[in-house]
Design a protein around this ligand. Structure first.
Ligand code: NAP
Length: 296
C-alpha cells in the first residue's frame, strides 16, 4: 500500500508553476494577476483567501483583494465584478463563498467573465468540461487528476466508483475520469444518496473517489483488495485531546481500509493540499490566454 502524499505533490507542482511563470515573464508575457472578492467577516473565508494570496506571492503572481462589508448590495457586488471583468490587468477572479443570504451565488457565478473564471464554476466552463473543450477545471477535481498523473496510476478501463454528485467535486470528477484522456478512460459509476446496494458498486471498484461528507463512511468490507482510494471528505470532529479541540476526518475509515488498498489518500494531507494548485494553474492559463485563445 502506498500513501498518496498530496502535500509533497502540491509543493512540487507549485514549484513547477513558479518555473513556468518565470519563463513566461522572461519571454515578455504578462505577470499573472489573481483577484479575490471577500464579503463579510467569516473567519474561515479570511484564512482561505489569505492562503490563496500567499500562494500567489510565493510563485511570482500579482494578487489583490476587494473587501466588502456584509451589507453590500447584490447590485454593488455585481457592478464590481463587471469592472474587474473589464480590467485587462486582472487575469483571474474568485469570489470567496459563502456569501450573505441576500446575494445570489448563481448570479455572482454567472456575472464573472468565463475568461476570468479561474474557479471553473461558470456554466460555460462547466459545459466546456462536459464536452471536452479546453476549460478551467475546478480546484478539487483538478487536484485529484493531478494525483493520478503524478503517481502514474493506471485508470484506463478501470471501474471507478465516485461517491457523491456535487457540482464542485463528484460530478466534474466523474466526467474527467470518463473522458478519453490520460488520466481518464475509466468506466465510471456515479453514486449518490439514492443509490441502492452501494456496496455492490464499491466492492467491484478498482478506484473509489469518496466525496460525500460523512465521516468514515467507507469501511473495509466495501473495498476490493488492491483498490485505489481517493478520500475527498473533510469533516471536523470534536477531539478534546487535540490542542485545537478538533480533528479532521475523511469519508473513509482509514485505519481499516488502508491495509487493503494499493494507493490511498490520507486526511489531512491527501486531496486537501492539492486544491490550491488548480487555482494557480488556471490563473497562469488565463494570463497565457490558453483557454479562450479565439480558436474555440
Ligand atoms: P455535498 O455538496 O454535500 O454533496 C454530497 C454528495 O454526497 C451528494 O451528492 C449526496 O447525494 C451524496 N451522499 C450523501 N449521503 C450519501 C450516501 N449515504 N451514499 C452515497 N452518497 C451520498 O458535498 P461536497 O461539497 O461534494 O463535499 C463532499 C465532502 O468533500 C465534504 O466533506 C467536503 O468538506 C469535502 N470537500 C473537500 C475538499 C478538499 O479540498 N479536500 C473540497 C471540496 C469538498 P445527493 O445528491 O443524493 O444528496
Amino acid at each position: 500500500m502506498q500513501i498518496i502524499d498530496g502535500k509533497r505533490v502540491s509543493e512540487k507542482l507549485k514549484e513547477k508553476i513558479k518555473q513556468e511563470t518565470v519563463s513566461w515573464i522572461h519571454k515578455g508575457g504578462k505577470k499573472p494577476h489573481l483577484c479575490a472578492i471577500l464579503v463579510g467577516n467569516d473567519g474561515a473565508s479570511h484564512t482561505y483567501v489569505a492562503a490563496k494570496m500567499k500562494d500567489c506571492e510565493s510563485i511570482g503572481f500579482t494578487s489583490s483583494i476587494y473587501r466588502f462589508d456584509e451589507t453590500i448590495t447584490e447590485e454593488e457586488l455585481l457592478k464590481t465584478i463587471r469592472e474587474i471583468n473589464a480590467n485587462p490587468d486582472i487575469d483571474g477572479l474568485i469570489v470567496q463563498l459563502p456569501l450573505p443570504k441576500h446575494i445570489s451565488v448563481d448570479k455572482v457565478t454567472q456575472t464573472i467573465s468565463p475568461e476570468k473564471d479561474v474557479d471553473g464554476f461558470h456554466p460555460q466552463n462547466v459545459g466546456r468540461l462536459s464536452i471536452g473543450l479546453p476549460t478551467y477545471i475546478s480546484a478539487t477535481p483538478y487536484g485529484i487528476m493531478q494525483l493520478f498523473d503524478y503517481y502514474n496510476i493506471d485508470t484506463v478501463g478501470k471501474h471507478c466508483v465516485v461517491l457523491g454528485r456535487s457540482n464542485i467535486v463528484g460530478t466534474p470528477v466523474s466526467i474527467l475520469m470518463s473522458r478519453n484522456t490520460t488520466p481518464g478512460n475509466a468506466t465510471v459509476t456515479l453514486c449518490h444518496s439514492k443509490t441502492q446496494n452501494l456496496e455492490n458498486y464499491t466492492r467491484n471498484a478498482d478506484i473509489i473517489i469518496a466525496a460525500i461528507g460523512i465521516p468514515e463512511f467507507v469501511k473495509a468490507h466495501m473495498i476490493k483488495p488492491g483498490a485505489v482510494v481517493i478520500d475527498v471528505g473533510i469533516t471536523r470532529i470534536k477531539d478534546p485531546s487535540k490542542k485545537s479541540g478538533y480533528r479532521l476526518v475523511g469519508d473513509v475509515a482509514y485505519d481499516e481500509v488502508a491495509p487493503l488498498c494499493s494507493y490511498i489518500t490520507p486526511v489531512p494531507g491527501g486531496v486537501g493540499p492539492m486544491t490550491r494548485i488548480g487555482l494557480l494553474m488556471n490563473t497562469l492559463k488565463s494570463a497565457r490566454k490558453e483557454i479562450y485563445s479565439g480558436k474555440i
